[in-house]
Design a protein around this ligand. Sequence first.
Ligand code: 13P
Ligand code: SF4
Length: 361
Amino acid sequence: MADGNVAFPFTAEVEAVTAPIWEKVRARVTPIEWRAQAPLIAEINRLKKQKNAVILAHNYMTPEIFHGVGDFVGDSLGLAREAARSDAKVIVQAGVHFMAETSKVLCPDKTVLIPDLRAGCSLAASITAADVRLIKARYPGLPVVTYVNTTAEVKAETDICCTSANAVQVVEEVARQWGVDRVILLPDEFLARNVARQTDIKIIAWQGRCEVHEQFTAGDIAELREAWPDAEILAHPECPTEVLEASDFAGSTAAMSDYVTQRKPKRVVLITECSMADNVAGDAPDTEFVRPCNLCPHMKRITLENIYEALLHGRHEVLVDPVVAERARAAVQRMIDLPPPAQPARYDLVKARHHVDVELI
Ligand code: 13P
Ligand code: SF4
């Protein structure tokens, strides 16, 4: 069912056209659910062509969105790069609001839509532009690096953005360019602590948290090790430091996905949002996934139904004040212009060089 009363039939044509997608999602979607989802996927893919639209789908989207309608899928860095490159007239952000704002900032002439305006982020909500101005006044002469999980207004106060995929690289590069040994890294305290362990640059941090990743504990990892001694444990850098220390690898959602598809571990645990394992499993048939996870309630606001309605009605358009957008764009663009993170992904990330503390604001 979509758009109030419209339900599309599950015809033989729909079944045929969506068959390759079904193969990717059948482990997580029931045949009954598929009879409702497949026609909607076919309709969304038809509408995309008609409207000259692309869908940028984050790794935390549910599998029917990720494998069914996403034109580009990936982590925050990958989606920002795709937004900057896209020729489409319309971008539908299957992700959270800060990601849609980033797309708008990078593509001011395109229409950027988010299917549900309530798709927020606890990190983006943890800091305001006024906070950043106060921090800059307190630490004059130090560069401010801001995680992309922030509003456009916060990015506008920032010297350069980073994502979990490139945070160490950005911090080291900006310190080199400014000739300083201290950098302000906002707003994720855990990302900041995890970056501090991998660099000689001193980190000044804010006490923002991801409400999904902060819930994992070292005790969870110990229990998993006992229950599944042969499982490889991969964790997102937004997790507490003791979780990363107990894991085998830490990286962005794209880095975790690459790890699994390239190394093909027999058994794996992804310490992150629930849809991540569901999506990677579609591309890693030989790996068994142990699935402890936490749901991101913001990401889960995006559904096939509201993506369809977003495309059909051109809603909800994300707008950013042009003056704010120009300043924010400079910060995001400086990040995008850095060379892509070293390939293959850094599988040694957990083996940190330092056990240092950060200065908390
Ligand atoms: P990634 O950049 O690793 O995709 O992370 C985004 C995010 O919101 C993680 O919680
Ligand atoms: Fe924000 Fe955490 Fe949800 Fe990512 S998982 S969008 S950081 S609340």
